[in-house]
Structure formats: structure tokens, C-alpha cells
Design a protein around this ligand. Structure first.
Ligand SMILES: [Zn+2]
Length: 188
């Protein structure tokens, strides 16, 4: 993968935030969102221009709405529907008014941040995540966004492997599928 490391971090964060805030199934079990605040702060603070901000319930709800829309982008790519994926991403970029800003902080070299034009926490986070996905979608390896193919799991992932053959959200799901196939062979 040849995205720069900052973009890779932003995309990895987007994946983690979407999986945290979107209910569904995870690794064989129903997944409900409970108390995401601490995990959100852990995920988002290192990249935030307001690292010490503690999000309110309302801000978390707002971010969850954006996360659901970002989730739909992964689903569209997974279904091979690039037009839908790109239109959804463009709508998020437009609504969040994602704007590129070069920033230098914490002894890092100059790097590109993407912020909403105002300081609303959820919109700022969504602007950054939507831009991360936009960079992937505008790249020859656009199809690296995916949804787990294991039974009873709908978590998303970004495939950063060299050959791009990833199918599962986690090694937990990969092992579940392997174990099921093994049982199947034994029985058969
Ligand atoms: Zn999975």
C-alpha cells in the first residue's frame, strides 16, 4: 500500500470508529453499541486538533449518524458499486466541508489534516474520516475497503496486505471460518 502513513492512520481510524459506532454483528455475535466514549477518545485524540475534548452524548450521536453513512460506503465498495460509494463519500465531504490544512505538531513533520470549516467535534471527525476514504476511493487500490465475509459478522476493514486478498475483519473471524471448514471436512 502506498498511501502516506498519515492517510493510512486516518483510514484505520475510520474503520475502527465505524466498527465501534455501527450496531450489527461482530465475530459471530450480535453487536450493540455501549459506552463508546472512552474508546472514541482513545481512537480520535491522537489525530484531533482538540485532543482533550470530551465528547457529549449529543456529539457521539451525531458521529454515530456519520459512521452509519461511512459504513454504507464500505458496503457499496464491497458490492462493486463504485458510483454509489463515491457519491456517498462526496455527499459527506460536501456536508462536512472537509478542507485540507497543513499542520505540524508533536514533533511530527508537516502533514495534511482534513477538517470541517467549523469546530463542531463530530463534523470535524467525520470530515477527516470521509477524506481518508476518498483518498482510498480515488486510488487504483480503491477496492481495499471491505466487509467481513465470515458468518454473523458485518464489521468493515481496510486491506493493507501486499496482495489484497483479505476477506475478514479480524484473525478471530478468519479462525472461526477455518474451524467451521475443518469441522465440515471431518463430518463429510
Ligand atoms: Zn468478522
Amino acid at each position: 500500500m502506498n498511501f502516506d502513513s498519515h492517510t493510512s492512520d486516518v483510514v484505520a481510524t475510520a474503520v475502527a470508529v465505524v466498527n465501534l459506532l455501527v450496531p450489527g454483528h461482530a465475530r459471530g455475535r450480535e453487536y450493540r453499541v455501549t459506552e463508546p466514549r472512552d474508546e472514541l477518545r482513545r481512537l480520535l485524540s491522537p489525530r484531533s486538533s482538540r485532543p482533550h475534548h470530551v465528547p457529549t452524548e449529543a456529539e457521539i450521536d451525531q458521529l454515530a449518524d456519520y459512521a452509519a453513512r461511512l459504513y454504507a460506503v464500505f458496503v457499496a465498495v464491497d458490492a462493486g458499486n463504485m458510483d454509489d460509494a463515491c457519491e456517498r463519500t462526496n455527499a459527506l465531504l460536501w456536508e462536512t466541508r472537509a478542507a485540507p490544512v497543513l499542520a505540524r505538531h508533536d514533533d511530527e513533520p508537516w502533514h495534511l489534516h482534513f477538517h470541517a470549516i467549523d469546530d463542531a467535534w463530530a463534523r470535524n471527525c467525520a470530515a477527516s474520516m470521509a477524506t481518508g476514504l476518498a483518498v482510498v476511493l480515488g486510488n487504483p487500490v480503491y477496492d481495499r475497503l471491505g466487509v467481513c465475509t465470515a458468518l454473523a459478522c458485518d464489521r468493515v476493514f481496510v486491506d493493507t496486505s501486499r496482495n489484497g486478498t483479505r476477506r475478514f475483519c479480524s484473525t478471530a473471524c478468519q479462525n472461526r471460518v477455518k474451524a467451521a471448514a475443518f469441522r465440515e471436512r471431518k463430518r463429510g
